[in-house]
Design a binder for this molecule. Structure first.
Ligand code: IVH
Length: 680
């Protein structure tokens, strides 16, 4: 029983860590790169799951968890001045369920007035006015500081740079949404397609990319627009949100007319129903509605959580879907050899763009819905880049077509596909001979978080591969200037840039090189942990399965993948060539010093929230003093280092097993004393 519980708990702990990592990454891709990787819906449901797990396990609390902060759009480097927000810029609690909206409304004080507004799908902006003059325009940033994009905001004709007349306070702030209208978005993407530049997935990303440009003339040309929906300041002449919006409108600000003051649940629901269809006629993207308590006094009483106001909530419209004809199914091979079936569709207009291709996920999905070419299928796009098929028309029966049979051979290289037990995906096992896998591996190798080789992009790698100049990652270090300079669209200058990037990559530390090698399931963090234990490729090459699984986060599957990678002679040859080229295959920094052996032989669980150091710092201290960290309490646990909010389950288990619980201060005294802990 005990083990079962600790297994569940450690699986849940893994899930928490995984979700935090995934959500951080998704935030970065969304806010910084403007290339979303998750649909809003998937993001929200992962966030909800993380919140639930963190509620169940307060001992795993981490102030850095994405549940505690909003995603950050702050620009690295000094592109824009960063300015602290006077009032934190929060996000909104949201739901996809009308029932939850009704619940929220019913929990509010009797007779409360609600302002219903559209939820514009752009990016938030905070405009500061002093003596009627616009002095700052800040993005949300990390919620406490934002990038000042004033010069770009000044290109939006509807935003006054200087107010005229009187009646406005000396100092106030307006918040709203910056948007790129559908029409301008489509024009921009058409231009980008002609220039072979990557397309923006949706108007939100296009608006965000545009607002961060350094050339206001180009911003003006693209044609941003804005709606303002929130006024803040010390001495504002109004008691309600609605009055403030009306006031803003009178002062000349762009405030939407699609706003309604509601006094009953029915009125709110009418507003939702009406705009769910009517919004498609609007010139800009919307993704839901926002409900706000009208009275400012009541808003104040309701207050805020760490991330959002309790006096407002967002309802997100369900993803748009369309029925269309499935012309045929083709299969695509990805970097890891996974074969994904793709639906080729009769083009259909969906969420503002034309969709012709959509994912069919895997063979099981196609079979469970009995999908075959000739069917009329439902295609959905919820803000993500890749649309998906979600079902087929009930009456759709393309009886004349044969049931679809999944290929047994790789469509790229003809190798027999394999299906790994327990996985839905078919995979091409020809890792080193299948073109998209070879190219995919090289693209991963040069990517930002791996070797970070600037200038060597996806298309260049694919081209060099087609020309026979690149076969594997080691070949990158044998590229000559003339190989690149003679390519179409390249010259001496771009060749030199690429070669300089390749040269710089020789300084990339061993942990990142290990990640760059692309061993299956060895992600960035796992690579770091493995590299900390095996400080050179040679050490790792001779590691046993047992030694590997001793590394935190490394389970049997990952260990097997590492062993298999090093058992392949072709990989060893690549390593040899990388070493000859001067790539860092060992960690040259001095080993983390073993500070004492005071915890030698001790197995310790770190749990809860600490005042003096972070949990990871405590774990590092334990190792530096000879101890071993473990995630779950068992009879083998020597003691628990407990902070605030240690989980009740863990405490109970510790009491049952008679495991000692040590406070943070006791622990620090213990390691500082450097005495033996025989008494424990
Ligand atoms: S009110 C403290 N009203 O939605 C409340 N936000 O998911 C501040 N948004 O960050 C926000 N339309 O960028 C509000 N009518 C509206 C909105 C709106 C779009 C955005 C805003 C916010 C995000 C929250």
């Amino acid at each position: 029983m005990t083990d079962l519980f600790s297994d569940i708990s450690s699986a849940e702990h893994d899930e928490v860590l995984r979700l935090r990592k995934e959500l951080e990454e998704a935030n970065r891709r969304y806010y910084v790169d403007n290339m979303p990787t998750l649909s809003d819906r998937d993001f929200d449901s992962k966030m909800q799951r993380l919140q639930e797990l963190e509620r169940l396990h307060p001992e795993w609390a981490d102030a850095a968890s994405p549940t505690h902060h909003v995603g950050s759009d702050l620009t690295q480097g000094s592109k824009f001045a960063q300015v602290a927000h006077r009032y934190p810029m929060l996000s909104l609690g949201n739901t996809y369920s009308q029932a939850e909206i009704e619940d929220w409304l019913r929990r509010l004080p009797e007779g409360v007035e609600i302002v219903a507004e559209l939820k514009y799908d752009g990016l938030s902006i905070s405009l500061w006015y002093e003596h009627g003059r616009l002095i700052h325009a800040l993005t949300r940033g990390d919620g406490t500081r934002g990038d000042d994009v004033l010069r770009n905001i000044q290109t939006i004709p509807s935003i006054p740079r200087q107010l005229h007349g009187t009646g406005f306070p000396d100092r106030f702030e307006l918040r709203g949404e910056v948007l790129l209208p559908w029409q301008n978005f489509e024009r921009l993407n058409r231009e980008r397609a002609e220039e072979e530049e990557p397309l923006f997935a949706n108007p939100r990303n296009a608006a965000s990319g545009t607002l961060k440009l350094l050339d206001p003339q180009e911003v003006a040309r693209r044609g941003l627009t804005c709606y303002l929906y929130y006024m803040l300041g010390e001495d504002l002449p109004a008691d309600t949100h609605m009055q403030r919006l009306e006031q803003a409108k009178q002062w000349g600000f762009p405030v939407s007319d699609a706003i309604r003051l509601c006094r009953s649940v029915d009125e709110v629901m009418d507003f939702i129903r009406y705009w769910d269809t009517e919004r498609k006629q609007l010139p800009v993207a919307t993704d839901g509605i926002v409900l706000k308590v009208n009275s400012l006094a009541q808003q104040q009483q309701l207050g805020y959580t760490a991330k959002s106001p309790r006096w407002a909530i967002a309802y997100k419209f369900p993803a748009e879907k369309q029925l269309t004809l499935l012309r045929d199914i083709t299969c695509q091979v990805g970097r890891t050899g996974v074969v994904t079936p793709v639906a080729n569709l009769e083009p259909v207009q969906l969420s503002g763009t034309i969709v012709q291709r959509a994912t069919l996920h895997n063979e099981d999905f196609i079979r469970s819905l009995a999908i075959r070419p000739g069917d009329r299928v439902w295609v959905e796009k919820g803000g993500e880049i890749i649309p998906k098929i979600t079902g087929k028309e009930a009456s759709s029966a393309a009886t004349e077509a044969q049931p679809y049979t999944f290929p047994t051979l790789c469509p790229e290289c003809g190798t027999a596909l394999v299906r790994v037990e327990g996985e839905a995906a078919w995979r091409c096992p020809n890792e080193d001979g299948c073109p998209p896998q070879i190219v995919g591996k090289m693209i991963h190798f040069v990517s930002r978080k791996a070797m970070n080789i600037d200038g060597l992009g996806e298309e260049t790698i694919a081209l060099l591969f087609r020309l026979g100049l690149l076969h594997n990652v080691a070949d990158i270090y044998s590229l000559r200037r003339e190989d690149i300079a003679t390519l179409e669209g390249f010259g001496d200058k771009s060749a030199d840039n690429i070669l300089a990037g390749i040269e710089r990559s020789k300084q990339v530390p061993w942990a990142r090189v290990l990640f760059a090698l692309g061993i299956r399931m060895v992600g960035e963090t796992t690579a770091k942990k493995i590299a900390r234990r095996f400080r050179a490729a040679e050490d790792l090459q001779w590691a046993t399965r047992e030694q590997l699984t001793e590394v935190e986060d490394v389970g049997g599957q990952i260990a097997d993948n590492v062993l298999a990678w090093f058992a392949d002679l072709r990989n060893l040859e690549i390593l040899l060539r990388l070493r000859e080229a001067g790539v860092q295959l060992a960690d040259n920094a001095p080993a983390e010093e073993q500070q004492s052996a005071v915890l030698q032989g001790k197995t310790i669980v770190v749990s809860g929230v600490f005042a003096h150091h972070s949990r990871d710092e405590y774990k590092a201290m334990i190792e530096a003093h000879g101890g071993k960290n473990t995630g779950s309490v068992s009879a083998k646990t020597s003691f628990i280092l407990a902070g605030e909010n240690m989980g009740p389950e863990k405490r109970k288990k510790a009491e049952t097993l008679g495991v000692q619980i040590m406070t943070e201060d006791e622990f620090l005294t213990l390691i500082q004393s450097n005495e033996s802990t025989q008494t424990l």
